[in-house]
Design a protein around this ligand. Structure first.
Ligand code: ADP
Ligand code: MG
Length: 238
């Protein structure tokens, strides 16, 4: 469960090619981080994996199954965005359980799964609140909780912490690392923050104009950057 293979993935927006033939094997349970400067294609690549952006060419395989043309709902993945996109008129409990309710899950199952996720995310005391009565960090936890209840084979995060202040970012980074340990699920995490990448990743994928500049563990990238672009981005000593 949770192994993902990208096979020469390409994305064209009309005449503009933004993803230029990306090959990558992600292992089950791995924490993979996509880094690179703004506009290099991180979000586009993540959205292609999640099914929110059509794949122009190439193949996407999840657990041995070709899902290249499958809609998001059939991929077994769940995406967490930078903007939490919570429903303002619903309580935390309703927000977290909504996708299960829509899918027709029994009430007892929804309650149990929401309670489990709330325990992991320390949201137990906030389940009856509306999003506007929560802090930024708590809202982001609810957004993550919404993903957890769906029990995805992999989590996709697009800069989930970039709307938080510096102190909260550090705290949530730690929470996300813990979440990965607890759930043991594959996580694909997009950020432009090198420190976040270095602390969270099993492996980092450095993107440069829609191609992979280098893939490796944080240590490999730091000690043996493939080129100046990677060295400067990772902050290796010159
Ligand atoms: P990143 O997340 O790394 O900042 P993006 O994946 O958002 O980069 O964007 C990569 C490139 O694709 C950028 O040049 C961006 O302008 C372009 N792009 C993204 N979405 C669209 C779209 N819907 N239509 C046209 N161009 C797009
Ligand atoms: Mg982006």
């Amino acid at each position: 469960m949770g192994a993902i293979r990208l096979d020469r993935l390409e994305k064209w927006f009309e005449a503009l090619q933004v993803i230029k033939g990306i090959d990558l094997e992600i292992e089950d349970g791995e924490f993979i981080v996509f880094v690179g400067p703004s506009g290099c294609g991180k979000s586009t690549l993540l959205r292609m994996i999640g099914g929110l952006e059509e794949i122009s060419r190439g193949k996407l395989v999840i657990d041995g199954r070709d899902v290249t043309s499958d809609p998001p709902s059939k991929r077994g993945l769940s995406m967490v965005f930078q903007s939490y996109a919570l429903y303002p008129h619903m309580s935390v409990r309703e927000n977290m359980g909504f996708s299960l309710k829509t899918a027709g899950a029994p009430k007892s199952e929804i309650t149990e799964k929401v309670d489990d996720a709330a325990r992991i995310l320390k949201l137990g005391d906030y389940l009856d609140r509306r999003p506007k009565a929560l802090s930024g960090g708590q809202r982001q936890r609810v957004a993550i909780g919404r993903s957890i209840v769906r029990d995805p084979t992999a989590f996709l995060f697009d800069e989930p912490l970039s709307n938080l202040d510096a102190a909260l970012r550090v705290e949530m980074r730690y929470e996300i690392a813990k979440l990965h340990q607890t759930l043991g699920r594959t996580m694909i995490y997009v950020t432009h923050d090198q420190v976040e990448a270095m602390t969270l990743a099993d492996r980092i994928v450095v993107l440069e104009f829609g191609t992979i500049a280098q893939v490796g563990t944080p240590r490999e990238l730091y000690e043996r950057p493939a080129n100046l672009f990677v060295a400067e981005f990772i902050g290796s000593p010159a």
